[in-house]
Design a protein around this ligand. Structure first.
Ligand SMILES: [Zn+2]
Ligand SMILES: [Zn+2]
Ligand SMILES: [Zn+2]
Length: 424
C-alpha cells in the first residue's frame, strides 16, 4: 500500500475531505453500477461484502456533500446505520474465527467515516441561520455560542440594573377570557389599564407607567421612568385586579437542585406537602420556605434507584443561595446542592425526542421514541428492535446510555460550570 493510500490515524483523521478521498482510493469497486442514495445494506438482503458496502457508503457521503443541508440529516442517519451493518458483519466474521479484525485497515477507515459523519453533523448545526430560525432556536442551542465571562458579567449587571425600573405581573391565575383580552390588547391599552390601578392606589404623586412588555406565559413587565417611582409602586401593595381580574404580582421561583436524596424520602407522584414542611424544619437556619418540588430527571418507571436529584423551589433568591452555599440538611445528612437553571439541565422533548426543548414548545413532527420512524407514535410501535432517533443505535430515544444524550449532558455540564453559581 502506498503512503498516500494509508488511512489516517483516528487522531488526525477528522477532516471530511481527506478521509473520504482515501476511502475511495483504497476500495476495490466490485460493481460498475452506481448505487442509489437510499440503497440499504439491510438485514434479510444478501450482504454485498465489506468492499461493496463501503463503496455504497462512500458514494452516499459524496452525494451528501453535494446536497442541501435539509436532506443531509436523513442521509447521514442512513449512512450511520450502514456503517453499523458493516461493523456487525465484521464482528460476526471475527467471532467465526476469520482473520482478526483489529489489524484490518478497514476498521480504521470505518472509524474515520464515523468521525467524518459526526464532524459533518456538527458543521451542519453551526451553519449560518436566518433570523427567523435564530429567533425560534431553543435557549440551549443559543447557549452554544461562547460568551466571555466579562461580557456575561456586564450583561448580568445590566439585567439587575433594569430590574430596578421594572415590575412583573402575572395573569396566570386569571380567567381564560381575561387572558385572551390581554393577549389581544395592544401595549398602549394595557399600559392605560394598569395606570388606572396605580391611580386608584393610596400613593402620593402617582407614578407614571412608561410602558408594558408582554412576555410569554401571561407575564406582563411594567416599566417606569425612575427606580424611585418603581420602588414606590412596589411598596404600595397595588390591587392589580383593578386593571384585569386575576392579575397579581409575579413572584419568581428560585430552584435549588438537591443531589442524592434517598428515594424513599419523598414521593413526588403524590402530595408531598407534609414532607416539604419537615424539610423546612430541618433547614430552619436558612428560613427556608419550599413552594414546590420536582424530580430533576424524568424517572423510568421500571427502574428504582436508591437516590434521586430533587429540585426544590423557593421565592427568596437569598435563601436559595444559602442552600446552594451551605448545602441541604436532610435526615441528619448534609446533601450537595447546585443552582437550578432549567435550560442548563437536560431537556428532552416527549414528542420529537430531540434535546434542548420540551414538547410544549415543539415545532417538529412527532416521532416514535422506540424505532425512530415518524409515521406512528411511540405507544403504537410494533418494531421488534429499537432504533434511537438521535444516534441510530439499538435503544430507545430516552436511554441513559445514548451517546447523543451523554454528549448533551457533557455540553450542559460545561455550560453550568461557566454559569454564575448563585442567584444574587
Ligand atoms: Zn420536540
Ligand atoms: Zn416505532
Ligand atoms: Zn441513542
Amino acid at each position: 500500500m502506498s503512503a498516500a493510500a494509508r488511512p489516517p490515524s483516528r487522531a488526525t483523521g477528522t477532516a471530511v475531505q481527506p478521509v473520504t478521498t482515501q476511502i475511495h482510493e483504497s476500495i476495490t469497486v466490485t460493481t460498475a453500477q452506481t448505487p442509489s442514495e437510499d440503497e440499504e445494506i439491510a438485514p434479510g438482503q444478501p450482504y454485498p461484502g465489506h468492499s461493496h458496502a463501503l463503496k455504497i457508503i462512500f458514494d452516499g457521503l459524496e452525494s451528501i456533500s453535494q446536497k442541501s443541508a435539509q436532506k443531509t440529516s436523513t442521509l447521514l442517519n442512513v449512512r450511520t446505520r450502514q456503517i453499523m451493518t458493516v461493523l456487525r458483519h465484521m464482528k460476526e466474521e471475527a467471532a467465526k474465527g476469520k482473520p482478526a479484525i483489529k489489524e484490518d485497515p478497514m476498521i480504521e477507515r470505518l472509524h474515520n467515516i464515523e468521525t467524518a459523519i459526526i464532524e459533518m453533523k456538527t458543521q451542519m448545526k453551526s451553519a449560518v441561520k436566518t433570523y427567523a430560525q435564530a429567533a425560534t432556536t431553543p435557549p440551549t442551542e443559543l447557549a452554544k455560542a461562547k460568551i466571555s465571562p466579562e461580557r456575561k458579567k456586564i450583561l448580568e449587571e445590566g439585567r439587575k440594573e433594569r430590574r430596578k425600573y421594572e415590575i412583573t405581573l402575572t395573569a396566570n391565575n386569571a380567567p381564560e377570557d381575561i387572558k385572551s383580552t390581554i393577549e389581544s390588547t395592544d401595549n398602549k391599552g394595557i399600559t392605560a389599564q394598569c395606570q388606572k390601578a396605580i391611580n386608584k392606589a393610596n400613593i402620593k404623586n402617582k407614578p407614571t407607567l412608561k410602558g408594558v412588555n408582554k412576555l410569554a406565559k401571561n407575564i406582563l413587565r411594567l416599566y417606569f421612568e425612575t427606580a424611585e417611582e418603581t420602588e414606590r409602586v412596589r411598596e404600595a401593595d397595588i390591587e392589580w385586579e383593578e386593571a384585569y381580574p386575576g392579575l397579581t404580582v409575579h413572584k419568581p421561583k428560585y430552584g435549588v437542585v438537591v443531589h442524592g436524596v434517598p428515594t424513599e424520602a419523598i414521593d413526588l407522584d403524590k402530595t408531598h406537602d407534609e414532607t416539604l414542611r419537615q424539610w423546612e424544619m430541618e433547614n430552619t437556619n436558612k428560613q427556608l420556605k419550599i413552594v414546590n418540588a420536582i424530580p430533576l430527571r424524568r424517572r423510568e418507571k421500571h427502574k428504582t434507584a436508591a437516590h434521586q436529584s430533587v429540585v426544590i423551589f423557593t421565592e427568596s433568591p437569598t435563601v436559595a443561595d444559602e442552600c446552594i452555599k451551605i448545602g441541604f440538611n436532610l435526615n441528619c445528612q448534609r446533601l450537595k446542592t447546585e443552582k437550578y437553571s432549567p435550560n442548563l439541565h437536560i431537556n428532552q422533548c416527549y414528542k420529537c425526542h430531540k434535546y434542548g426543548h420540551r414538547s410544549t414548545n415543539c415545532k417538529r413532527k412527532e416521532v416514535c421514541g422506540k424505532c425512530g420512524q415518524d409515521n406512528h407514535r411511540t405507544i403504537e410501535c410494533n418494531a421488534e428492535k429499537p432504533c434511537c432517533v438521535n444516534c441510530g443505535e439499538d435503544h430507545e430515544a430516552w436511554n441513559v446510555k445514548c451517546a447523543r444524550r451523554t454528549e448533551e449532558g457533557n455540553k450542559l455540564h460545561k455550560l453550568r460550570m461557566d454559569a454564575l453559581p448563585l442567584f444574587t
